[in-house]
Design a protein around this ligand. Structure first.
Ligand code: MG
Ligand code: ZN
Length: 230
């Protein structure tokens, strides 16, 4: 009877996520769940974002990693409201871990909360954390086929980041193919092409400030078999 157990785990997760969402709404904080593979630049993006927007918005971060508090230490220079979650063998954050972390943050004081998920393109997509938006992050170093191979992330994402575009001249990456795949999977999600290391993140900052001000919850479209494949 394995399937009912899995269903119950997700049901419980969804219920806690619902409570998280209510708490975020009550606190008036906009919450972004940032999902991408290890090394795509999630923490570097958050560092740059905190530098740019930290003086304008009150920002907090929940950082998930299997081990170490290195991300939290990197980000602590720019923000006080930060919690690191070590998931050990766990390959994603769940709503209960986020709820525990929320207890260690002053969420009522925040305008914006980032949840940096565990570096993984698969199961973080399926776990609702109570966020307003899931944002997917790729980099040109990973290869242009990754959105097509992992279509559920772009499918549910409110926006897609493509980082390290400064390396386009140095790595084999078919940008037209990547753009076409994303358009086919989820035409509604804007593709934000950025280079964190060269401080070219304006498309992201524009999207983020707009999303944060609008405060709308992003409703992911239904998955249609065949649309995201091939
Ligand atoms: Mg990180
Ligand atoms: Zn997982």
């Amino acid at each position: 009877m394995k399937i009912p157990v899995v269903e119950n785990v997700l049901k419980l997760n969804d219920e806690i996520a619902r409570q998280n969402r209510l708490a975020f709404e009550a606190a008036g904080v906009y919450v972004v769940d940032l999902i991408g593979a290890p090394g795509c630049g999630k923490t570097a993006l958050l560092e740059a974002t905190l530098q740019k927007l930290g003086g304008i918005l009150e920002i907090g971060v929940i950082a998930g990693d299997p081990a170490t508090s290195r991300d939290a230490e990197r980000l602590a220079g720019y923000c006080d409201n930060i919690v690191q979650i070590n998931t050990g063998n766990g390959c994603h954050l769940d709503a209960n871990q986020v709820r525990q972390a929320m207890g260690r943050l002053d969420i009522a004081s925040l305008d914006l909360l980032f949840i940096e998920n565990v570096g993984n393109l698969i199961c973080p997509v399926g776990f609702d954390l109570g966020q307003h938006s899931k944002v997917g992050m790729f980099s040109v170093c990973q290869g242009a086929d990754k959105a097509a191979k992992h279509p559920y992330l772009p499918l549910v994402a409110a926006a897609i980041l493509l980082n390290k575009i400064d390396l386009l001249a140095h790595v084999p990456f078919d940008l037209q193919q990547f753009r076409a795949d994303l358009k086919r999977i989820n035409a509604a999600a804007p593709l934000l092409e950025i280079s964190v290391i060269q401080n070219q993140i304006a498309p992201w900052l524009n999207w983020l400030t707009h999303a944060c001000t609008g405060r709308g919850e992003h409703r992911a479209p239904e998955y249609q078999p065949g649309v995201a494949e091939s």
